[in-house]
Design a binder for this molecule. Structure first.
Ligand code: ZN
Length: 209
């Protein structure tokens, strides 16, 4: 493991030789679903506030008034409610997301299935610059660049940039020649920068691919 305070490589559960703090045996990372929900609920609230204000001030008066008169409020309601509905969807798919790192292995609980890889079994570690539309969360991932970078108690998290790339860990091939691919995608996991540093401690820097 790495010491969360000074990044000295130290076995989990022992005292860091650099700063004397106890290094955790296990680090966990949660999904970012709650943050998508909060941001998109904010977008819905803003749309609602702006449109109520516009109505009160009479902006777009005849057009809006005509829409209401024809019973088209549902169109307006859909417009205001869409962001929060999208946010609820992302909260739902990311609610189970959790990645745990120890000195032995990395494991993930997820809506898309649970995965477990021992460091010793990882055959390849790659960094892919995929277009966001090819990631599991799609283009919405873009929002995550506005999220806090890391945990409030860690300086490393706040200082690092947005890792906009996808990282892949390939496991050993099974009898059919298929190997488990664990994908760490931008915008799914809390404090991705710190997670990548912990991965790099065991696997070295990723291959570009
Ligand atoms: Zn330390």
């Amino acid at each position: 493991m790495l010491c969360p305070d000074c990044k000295t490589a130290t076995p989990g559960g022992s005292l860091c030789p650099g700063c004397g703090h106890t290094v955790p045996e296990r680090e966990t990372f949660a999904g970012q679903g709650g943050r998508y929900l909060a941001v998109l609920a904010g977008v819905s609230a803003t749309l609602l506030a702006v449109s109520l204000l516009a109505r009160a001030l009479g902006a777009g008066g005849p057009v809006l008034a005509r829409l209401y008169a024809r019973g088209w409020q549902w169109l307006y309601a859909t417009f205001v409610a869409t962001p929060i509905i999208v946010g609820l969807y992302y909260w739902f798919v990311l609610r189970e997301e959790e990645i745990a790192v120890t000195d032995e292995a990395i494991s993930r609980r997820s809506h898309w299935g649970d995965e477990h890889l021992r460091w010793a079994d990882v055959h390849a570690y790659r960094r892919l610059s995929l277009p966001l539309r090819q990631t599991r969360l799609g283009r919405l991932t873009w929002f995550s660049r506005f999220f806090p970078r890391g945990r409030p108690d860690s300086a490393h998290g706040r200082l690092s940039g947005w890792p906009g790339a996808t990282y892949e860990l390939a496991g050993p091939p099974d009898a059919q020649g298929h190997s488990l691919i664990m994908r760490l995608e931008p915008g799914t996991i809390d404090d991705m920068a710190w997670l990548l540093e912990l991965v790099q401690e065991h696997l070295g820097p990723p291959q570009e691919g």
